[in-house]
Design a protein around this ligand. Sequence first.
Ligand code: SAM
Length: 274
Amino acid sequence: MERLEGHKARKRFGQNFLHDEHWIRRIAAAVDARPGQSIIEIGPGQAALTRELIAAAGAIRAVEIDRDLAAWLRAQFPNGELTLVEADALTLNWRELASDGPIRVVGNLPYNISSPLLFHLMEAADAVLDQHFMLQREVVDRMVAAPGSKTYGRLSVMLQWRYRMVKLFDVPPGAFTPAPKVVSSVVRMIPKKPEEVPSVDFALFSSVVANAFGQRRKTLRNALSQLLSQQDIESAGVNPAARAETLRLDEFVALAEKAATLGVKPVTAGAAPE
Ligand code: SAM
């Protein structure tokens, strides 16, 4: 496998490069890229997955922030198999990348920016067919968690509002250079059809979810006191004595709807979900 000789993995860009052919093929098989599909890889790095994706699809696009890797990648694929976008995936206009039709997004993501990146991509979800990402296992477990489980939280509710998600498999630290400290997992995210996405005032929904989980141990009655009264929560069909970690998505939606009908304004509750 060709690599960029002498490239020192950059921590600030979350660089952990896949080197194990078994796992590289397994991830590519899960993506199952086909010719004619519009595939965009985030962070191609030293092209471990990129080569497999190109072999399957013929040509792909990729977004890489590291200037040295971008130059090397251009030289590796001089025949139009790879269209490289040298940019920050966090600020990129993803909708624009899908202007010719829906895209499939793939990436062994830089773990240091995975949450903000997932939320940034959510803004373009209606232009996306699916996303296959490798992330820290702990994050994937939170993404797919069901109500009542220990890992169910803000990330679960916000992403499950927009996507169907399946955890596919774990990947051990030894598959990467340098090896990360934690186990990774591959997740498949399929945006729900617009008619399946519960309609909400997004800012208010985010605020309800953030406040509810911001004070995990508190009952909803207390955690949401700045947004909804006990009676409001009850009339939304939700038990005010319940805790956020037991609430289903449709219950969070009902609370956001209630707040919207009452003209409540969103209240911030801490940082973006992790
Ligand atoms: N895909 C390669 C692999 O599997 O070996 C590299 C994965 S490495 C975990 C993450 C990659 O994302 C690196 O190539 C890094 O330079 C790139 N990257 C980091 N932050 C980025 C950003 N904000 N936008 C685009 N690429 C980024």
